[in-house]
Each structure stands twice: as structure tokens, then as C-alpha cells.
Design a protein around this ligand. Structure first.
Ligand SMILES: Cc1ncc(COP(=O)(O)O)c(C=O)c1O
Length: 286
């Protein structure tokens, strides 16, 4: 932790060590808030419009007014990004329902708390990209509004720990026999040269990288089909990928301790990953 790192709290830029909130903040008491993570390449936020649209959707989902318009968010994010030493960053922003006497129902007339920080973007290592990563599987036991990016992440935290306990990168989840997502990534599979992606319903987060991956796959001439994926189809797929803002796309090569999909990233992954890197390089150079 760098105490001097410049962060944003309620409209002010200040050192991390001075950013303080009340213990009565509903984000702390109830996890009553939403958040976003926006990757920044060459100091330019990637797909910011899409992240801000999802933020609005999450805020609507928890019935909290957006404290800023999209242009204002963009300005605040640029100001924060400008104060960091690295060009490639990950902006974390969260909005909670604010500080109030503890009571479950929404308080009246409370100002939301806005917190943002931006850290160096830590992307997968070359080895992770070239060799793929390990995952474990579990039954999805989270709530039924996984489409909202809320700070109440205990279900996801416990799922990720299952993976960490076994030295794996992620926990891939199934609900009622169908693939949902992983603890902090979307999951896509490849069968017969086609990417199969679970529908963006209330059981998964509508990933910005999922959409980018769809675009890059289609640009690379790979068919992309959105439909429910059964556990059986996932576990016997030719390839399985994780997608997220900080993982980009990663191939799964070990599943529940056994080699998966030949134990190496597949050819479809390599094509789509190359497309992703080309787009990123052009952003970094712009
Ligand atoms: C549960 C979950 N699903 C999917 C994703 C991927 O979303 P994105 O591509 O927008 O980062 C995330 C990102 O952190 C996540 O937490």
C-alpha cells in the first residue's frame, strides 16, 4: 500500500492515507453500493462509455441516483489517471448509499459516497497467456442478481478463495447444470470452432470484456453464439476461456487438478487473443 497514492473521495483528490469515511457508511455496514473497474491503456480508459452505462444499470438496480453525469465521470477519471505514475492503470470506482443511522431501509436525503483509486494495471503474465491457467469448479450459490456489479461480494470472495486454496486462478461456477461465470470473470467455451457464451441474464455480470471478446472473435471470423451452456458441454469443450478487464482473455488448461483441453491454449484462443493485443497496442500508441 502506498500512503501517498492520490485517490478520489467525494470530489476531492487526496493521498490515500488521508481518505477517510465514516464507519456508518452503508457500504461498510451493508455492502450497499456498486462499483466498476475500468482498464486504462496508455492513460486512455478502455470502453469507458460501456463501463459508465453498466454503472448506471447497477445504480438503477439498487435504486440509487447517479451522483455524476457521464461527462463528469470521464473528467473525474481523467484527473485521477493524470495523477498516477503509470500509463496502464486499473481505475476502481465505487458509489455507496452514504452515511446514515443503521437501518435496513433506504435513508432519506443522504449523499452517496464516491471513492475512486487507480492502480498499475497488472495483466496476466506471459506464462499465463502462453500456458493457460488452472480453475476449479463449484456450484454457484450466489444471489439471483449477479448482473448488478455490487460491492456485496462475499459470495464471489468465498468462491475465489476455493480457487486460491488449490493454487488455481479462478472458480468456474455452474447453476442447475448450466455454466454461469467465474468469481471475477466471465467464462466462454469453444466447441467445433464456435465460441459459446452464456446469455447475459440476471445470473452473470454482463462483462465489458465479454462484449469486446465477441467483437474480436467476429472480426477474426470466429462464430460467436450466445446460448445456455450445459455443464457437460463446458466440461467437454475444445477450449475454455476466462474474460475480464484485468485478465483480458485467458485460456483454461487445468480444471479440477486435471489437464483440460489438451493442456495448452487452443487455436481459437490464440486468434482472438492476438486480435485483442492488436487493439490494445493501437490504443497505447494513439
Ligand atoms: C463476477 C464477474 N463476472 C465477470 C466479470 C468480467 O467483467 P469485465 O469484463 O467487465 O471486467 C467480472 C469482473 O470483475 C466479475 O467480477
Amino acid at each position: 500500500m502506498n500512503a501517498d497514492q492520490v485517490v478520489h473521495l467525494n470530489g476531492e483528490l487526496l493521498p490515500l492515507a488521508d481518505a477517510k469515511i465514516s464507519v456508518l457508511d452503508r457500504g461498510f455496514i451493508y455492502g450497499d453500493g456498486v462499483y466498476e473497474v475500468v482498464p486504462v491503456y496508455g492513460r486512455k480508459p478502455f470502453r469507458l462509455r460501456e463501463h459508465l452505462a453498466r454503472l448506471q444499470r447497477s445504480l438503477d438496480g439498487i435504486r440509487l441516483a447517479n451522483p455524476h453525469g457521464a461527462d463528469e465521470w470521464a473528467r473525474l477519471i481523467d484527473a485521477l489517471v493524470a495523477r498516477q505514475p503509470c500509463d496502464d492503470q486499473a481505475v476502481y470506482l465505487q458509489v455507496t448509499r452514504g452515511v446514515a443511522k443503521r437501518d435496513h431501509a433506504f435513508p432519506a436525503g443522504v449523499t452517496p459516497t464516491v471513492f475512486m483509486m487507480s492502480n498499475p494495471l497488472v495483466l496476466p503474465t506471459r506464462e499465463q497467456v502462453e500456458r493457460g491457467v488452472a480453475v476449479v469448479t463449484a456450484e454457484d450459490n450466489r444471489w439471483h442478481r449477479c448482473d448488478l456489479k455490487t460491492t456485496s461480494l462475499l459470495g464471489n470472495v468465498l468462491m475465489r478463495q476455493l480457487a486460491a486454496d488449490q493454487g488455481a486462478a479462478e472458480t468456474v461456477m455452474f447453476r442447475d447444470g448450466f455454466l454461469t461465470e467465474a468469481s471475477a470473470s466471465n467464462v466462454l467455451v469453444v466447441r467445433g470452432g464456435r465460441v459459446l457464451a452464456p446469455p447475459k441474464d440476471h445470473l452473470i455480470l454482463p462483462g465489458i470484456t465479454y462484449d469486446a471478446t465477441q467483437e474480436f472473435a467476429e472480426r477474426a471470423g470466429v462464430p460467436f453464439e450466445i446460448r445456455p451452456v450445459s455443464r457437460d458441454e463446458a466440461l467437454t469443450a475444445d477450449e475454455m476461456w476466462l474474460s475480464s478487464s484485468t485478465k483480458e482473455v485467458l485460456a483454461v488448461t487445468t480444471l479440477d487438478g486435471r489437464p483440460f483441453a489438451g493442456g495448452v491454449p487452443g487455436p481459437v484462443f490464440r486468434r482472438v487473443h492476438a486480435e485483442f493485443q492488436a487493439v490494445k497496442r493501437s490504443l497505447q500508441a494513439a
